[in-house]
Write a new protein. Structure first.
Ligand code: NAP
Length: 293
């Protein structure tokens, strides 16, 4: 049980819309309970136009920390006093710390992505990688790959090709990385790049519960042994994309570890405590299998 000391309990939360799919309250409240801390984490359904008022509420109520998700990850930057170099570079914030009335933004998705792929860095460095998607998660992934893994080429594949172009231009300018290719998400055209990439990342929601029969690369996709297929989705634990890739011998990774490690980094920024990541990972995996939220 979370301990509530009615005068001292510190408030954390998430701003987003819709919030139906979020696991963050479950993750953070479980960590608070395991560590017996005097915090509580609540979901706040904040629509696009409500963000400025909601931010005033954070300051007025002294909310200690926030996660920020769709549709606010980029617009929140306009409401912050400062942000980390990473968040500024990526142009997207998923964590806000209220430092005595000064709101500071961070991007902890980078940490989650980095921790997940770290064991495979030798397989990624100097190789071609493909990111499917051009939203906030793709931005964090591309930043992290350039900064920490040094691939030879990054292919951005997106349903709306214009957004892939925008990302390419953005990172070319911000990070001086010139080796991009962009494609529209059209299976015959992308078959070759998928086939030649050492790492393929699904940074779209395609295949996420309840649409578990969907896959962003329709069958037949051709994966090869030793390729890494990283689907940022964690519910279900094995998407149709990962099932396909596994059948062909690829190394398959889902989004659970990224979810836990990005949460752990946010938790540490707010509370100065280390999240018990192993316990939280087991807890979440069980909840996902049992509940199908
Ligand atoms: P986002 O900013 O809304 O971007 C969504 C991306 O998916 C866009 O590129 C969009 O393409 C594409 N997309 C959406 N629906 C599609 C469809 N039906 N077919 C093809 N492409 C489609 O979302 P995000 O924040 O980047 O999140 C993307 C995924 O990553 C989500 O599943 C999210 O749960 C997951 N994620 C996981 C973690 C983790 O910790 N494991 C962290 C962050 C995100 P258009 O540009 O054409 O609209």
């Amino acid at each position: 049980m979370i301990k509530i000391n009615y005068s001292e309990t510190k408030l954390l939360g998430i701003f987003g819309h819709p919030l139906k799919q979020t696991f963050s309250p479950m993750v953070h409240n479980k960590a608070i309970e395991l560590l017996d801390l005097d915090y509580v984490y609540l979901p706040f359904n904040v629509g696009t136009t409500a963000l400025p008022d909601a931010i005033k509420g954070v300051l007025a109520l002294g909310i200690k920390g926030l996660n920020v998700t769709i549709p606010h990850k980029e617009t929140i930057l306009n409401h912050l006093a400062d942000f980390s170099d990473e968040a500024a570079m990526i142009g997207s914030v998923n964590t806000v710390v209220n430092d005595m009335g000064k709101l500071i933004g961070y991007n902890t998705d980078v940490h989650g992505f980095h921790e997940t792929l770290l064991p495979y860095s030798d397989k990624i460095s100097g190789e071609m990688v493909t990111i499917i998607g051009a939203g906030g998660a793709a931005r964090a992934a591309i930043y992290c790959l350039i900064r920490h893994f040094r691939p030879s080429k990054i292919v951005i594949v997106n349903r709306t090709e214009q957004r892939a172009h925008t990302l390419k231009r953005y990172f070319k300018q911000k990070m001086k990385f010139d080796h991009f290719l962009t494609y529209e998400l059209f299976p015959p055209d992308i078959a070759t790049v998928i086939n030649e990439s050492a790492l393929i990342v699904n940074a779209t929601p395609v295949g996420m519960y309840p649409e578990i029969d969907d896959t962003v690369i329709p069958i037949p996709a051709s994966f090869t042994k030793n390729q890494i297929v990283f689907d940022l989705i964690y519910n279900p634990s094995k998407t149709l994309l990962l099932k396909q890739a596994q059948q062909e011998g690829a190394i398959c990774i889902n989004g659970l570890k990224m979810l836990v490690y990005q949460a752990a980094k946010s938790f540490q920024l707010w509370t100065n405590h280390e999240m018990p990541v192993d316990e939280i990972t087991k807890f979440l995996a069980r909840e996902i299998e049992l509940k199908r939220i």
